[in-house]
Design a protein around this ligand. Structure first.
Ligand SMILES: [Zn+2]
Ligand SMILES: [Zn+2]
Length: 134
């Protein structure tokens, strides 16, 4: 796949090439902060196929966690674009930042149901995990 996208104001643009290794909706408490309260829809993409084509994001990593992720977002408009888990050749790409979000085609799994709110929706029959699959 060749996925193009960027932030709300257009200052930061990216190109993500490769096959998604996971398409999911995440209900964790952290994702609720960056989505507005709902689950976060994302695709895991290979880091090697990802690059910024315009502008550069600001990065944020919490200092009080043992294995914190790094979140990259537009410093102008605040749109959260990707998350980089430590020590993995994959990044978490937020579906809402794609030029064409229909390319997502929907999640394969729901994860971190442990933090799910009563008003969150999970499609009937979608495999759901308390935390991560496996
Ligand atoms: Zn922006
Ligand atoms: Zn999450």
């Amino acid at each position: 796949m060749k996925l193009e996208g960027g932030c709300y104001c257009g200052a930061v643009r990216y190109l993500a090439e490769g096959e998604p290794t996971l398409k999911a909706q995440c209900h964790c408490r952290e994702c609720q902060y960056v989505t507005g309260g709902g689950p976060n829809y994302f695709m895991m993409m290979p880091t090697g196929g990802f690059r910024y084509t315009k502008g550069a994001p600001k990065a944020f990593t919490r200092s009080d966690l043992e294995r914190p992720v790094t979140r990259e977002f537009c410093a102008e408009c605040g749109t959260h674009l990707v998350t980089r888990p430590p020590g993995m050749p994959l990044l978490v790409l937020k579906v809402g930042t794609l030029d064409d979000p229909t390319l997502f085609e929907g999640p394969q799994v729901a994860i971190y149901a442990v933090d799910k709110q009563p008003f969150h929706l999970v499609a009937e029959g979608l495999p759901t995990f308390e935390r991560l699959p496996g």
